[in-house]
Design a protein around this ligand. Structure first.
Ligand code: GLN
Length: 486
């Protein structure tokens, strides 16, 4: 493997800005890496070779003219639910299989303006609904640590791309865990900022009150770098937050002295089996060894997370996906009248999980059931925010598992509920809008596969969160102790 592809985003940016290597050389090496490995991995749904080389040339020219670019020459994998003008943007769905985005998402534009190089559009569960990438209608993505296993989801494509050195930064989206869980499965850092921190403009909506863009990277430093580029107010997204962003790259720490880290009583890991239980207990000890005061906290509503999420997310999805009806976007299957055209288009265009969610959501919003389901779920959601607020009176950060198991084999989860359970530990933070990340914390199972430690912070405390994760990563270095299968 060419050493250039193994460099972190921060290293690449430093070297390209310092003219020690060109963006063109980095890009050529990464494109070759994708050529050599993506047949087996399936990270990308669309390759952007020509655009990548153009962007590299532009970055080199800007640097020659005296500019410094925060992401100079950094190869980027973009989850294919983010628009990039002039490129196919599918959301992993047949309904958008040939849809060309007419504009560029704000987060993507910020990355490109900073000198990032778009390598390709990466695979995902259809409309970001899933935890394994198996719901993609357009391709299979394999876990780079074990090709018989899933990469996680829904941001499985970007996670696998970053893990396998096909990109240094993956742009993912997280609604209930879709950055953190694939991050854990692929042994990379997966970071979901506070809801509203990064603009959703140009992100194809799944559940608008939960969706958030964030980075997948091989180091916490790179996550901070990408976050600092993407975070900030965007008038094009009415839910984007207008509040100063504390740069995270300056907050990276080497110890955890003076921090109280809460371990959630209701998340007892004993039920995950002795090996995983021991792994998380070790992780909490490692936090203490770094100087943190590890305390017990309680989230009394924890067990209601899945029920609450699986009303709110489908309700919002049923509304958001109503626009895919054959009239304006993507696929159209003709019928005798407009009603039949809608029916045929949606029957042919959506996969089974998307249809299931539209049905659940429509039901939950229908008159007569609205109060019993949707309104009640909204009330439960408020309780999550209150629970966390109370918990954060006793701690600065929360530590928890990122997922309940390592990556599983294809077709291992035969019923929807067992797939939904994958997000048991990530959904509560999503419902409360909190920033949260997953950082590699060791290996479990046979064969030994990566696991992730989830850390979460109060709203807007991204800098503190990334700072602490950096100390943990530096002290443990779990990510570097695994063997890639490619
Ligand atoms: N796995 C969860 C779901 O299927 C979360 C997905 C996401 O975060 N986009 O809804």
């Amino acid at each position: 493997m060419n050493e250039l592809v193994t460099r972190s985003a921060a290293q690449i940016a430093r070297d390209v800005n310092g003219k020690r290597v060109s963006a063109r050389e980095i890009t050529a090496a990464v494109l070759q890496r994708v050529d050599e490995t993506d047949d087996r991995l399936g990270c990308y749904l669309s390759r952007l070779n020509e655009l990548a080389l153009d962007c590299a040339q532009r970055a080199d020219r800007r640097i020659a003219a005296g500019e410094t670019l925060p992401l100079a020459g950094v190869p980027i994998a973009i989850k294919d639910n983010m628009c990039l003008r002039g490129t196919r943007t599918t959301a992993g769905s047949k309904i958008l299989e040939n849809w060309i985005a007419p504009y560029t998402a704000t987060a993507v534009q910020l990355i490109l303006d900073a000198g990032g190089i778009p390598i390709g559009k990466a695979n995902l569960d259809e409309f970001a609904m899933g935890s394994s990438c198996e719901n993609s209608a357009l391709g299979v993505t394999r876990n780079p640590y074990d090709l018989s296993r899933v990469p996680g989801g829904s941001s499985g494509g970007p996670a696998a791309a970053v893990a396998s050195f096909q990109a240094a930064i993956g742009l993912g989206s997280d609604t209930g865990g879709s950055i953190r869980e694939p991050g854990a499965f692929c042994n990379v850092v997966g970071f979901k900022p506070t809801y509203g921190r990064v603009s959703r403009y140009g992100l194809i909506a799944f559940a608008s009150s939960l969706d958030q863009i964030g980075p997948l990277t091989r180091t916490v430093e790179d996550a901070a770098l990408a976050y600092d580029v993407m975070a900030g107010h965007d008038p094009s997204d009415s839910t984007s937050i207008n509040r100063a962003v504390e740069p995270a790259a300056n907050a990276l720490r080497e110890d955890l002295k003076g921090l109280r880290i809460g371990v959630v009583k209701e998340f007892a890991t004993a039920k995950l089996g002795p090996e995983i239980d021991a792994l998380y207990k070790r992780a909490y000890r490692e936090l203490a060894d770094l100087g943190a005061d590890v305390v017990d906290i309680s989230l009394p509503t924890a067990d209601y997370g899945l029920a609450t999420y699986y009303l709110i997310a489908p309700a919002e999805c049923s509304s958001n996906l109503a626009r895919f009806d054959g009239v304006r976007y993507g696929l159209r299957v003709e019928g005798d009248d407009v009603g039949q055209m809608y029916e045929r288009t949606r029957a042919a265009g959506f996969g089974p999980e998307v249809k299931r969610r539209i049905l659940i959501g429509t039901y939950a919003l229908s008159s007569g059931y609205y109060d019993a389901y949707y309104v009640k779920a909204q009330k439960a959601r408020t309780m999550f925010a209150q629970d966390f607020r109370r918990a954060f009176e006793h701690c600065d950060l929360i530590a928890a598992p990122a997922a309940s198991s390592p990556a599983f084999e294809f077709n291992a989860k035969s019923d929807p509920y067992s797939m939904y359970m994958m997000d048991y530990y990530t959904i509560p933070m999503s419902l409360a809008g909190l920033p949260a990340l997953s950082v590699p914390c060791g290996y479990a199972g046979t064969p030994q596969l990566p696991m992730g430690l989830q850390l979460a912070a109060p709203l807007f405390e991204e800098a503190k969160l990334l700072g602490a994760a950096h100390a943990y990563e530096r002290a443990t270095e779990y990510a570097s102790k695994a063997a890639l299968a490619v």
